[in-house]
Design a protein around this ligand. Sequence first.
Ligand code: CP3
Length: 343
Amino acid sequence: MTDKKKLLRSLAGEAMDVPPVWLMRQAGRYLPEYRATRAQAGDFLSLCYNPELAAEVTLQPIRRFGFDASILFADILLIPQALGADLWFVTGEGPRLSTITDASGMAGMKTKDDIHETLNPIYETVKILAEELPKETTLIGFAGAPWTVATYMIAGRGTPDQAPAHALREGDPATFEALIDLITDATIEYLDMQVQAGAEVVKLFDSWAGSLKGEAFDKYALAPTKKIITELKSRHPDLPVIAFPREAGEKYIGFADAVGADCLAIDTSVDVTWAAQNLQVAGCVQGNLDPKLMVTGGEALASEARRIRDALKGGPHVFNLGHGITPDADPENVHILLDAIRS
Ligand code: CP3
């Protein structure tokens, strides 16, 4: 037990006074060395598809901060691209994709078996990381959950309320469901390849899960996530999985059990005392410091980090933010955070 990596111990259900720590978007624009390597690659997508440089930016925050886990550097929108969507990033604005508005949009899509042609460099990045990471650091692979990925493929961009995706879901359910099924099947193959290449844990990001309510949540957030996890675990029985149905609210209750996840990641809106009573009973919880504190820092950051750690220390906990660290965060604040949690 003792030589097992700290993150894997939490995911297996062990409570610890000092939880393992990593941060969503820990490789990113708040780090000058990330910005330099991205410039060397040319742009964000070229960086994602360059195994040596993608491995380098994945390792940068590990060298600088010694996090307990390292998340593969890639993006949830590489699957749409591998399925045939056009994808580009507009500086200062975010992703743009070709849109799927009806059955004809689906007709242009490739199949789950075609994705590796595009995604092979990602598996190469994982292989490099499996070799180069410190032996105590756990390597996390990831993908977007089908609903969140679909919202980008339908709208062609990020949307505040996911209205285009809801419109297709309600107006043309056959096309919408075909898209969800295609992303689900492709994601299984993609994550399977990440695990074969050396990812020790996988995380599913459902960033827009909170905009699905009631039965729609069960059908399009919960069910596809469950299908992915069930199939991955049938292929890799010991693989731990982290699920992040962001802003799921009361739908967080029972979610980990329902989908078969080993850990439930929670957003900043969830009260940690409530999480300890209602969510941690089912297993490991990950979260949920407000990323704004990584910008403002100081004693407010240290005391809030300790409050979250202490509220969740009665059960398995992975310390993280409630959403990704932002480009305006001060890297020095990561040291304040780690000192607060680890002391
Ligand atoms: O360090 C890590 O967390 C690993 C790499 C990672 C990225 N994106 C790199 C990235 C991960 C796990 C993601 C997940 C992701 N990507 C999500 C789910 C998590 C979330 O934030 O809700 C989503 C919705 C995306 C799609 C995406 N990628 C958007 C909307 C954007 C633009 C907004 C932004 O933050 O710039 C991206 C770009 C992106 N993905 C960057 C990084 C480091 C910034 C690109 C740059 O360097 O210019």
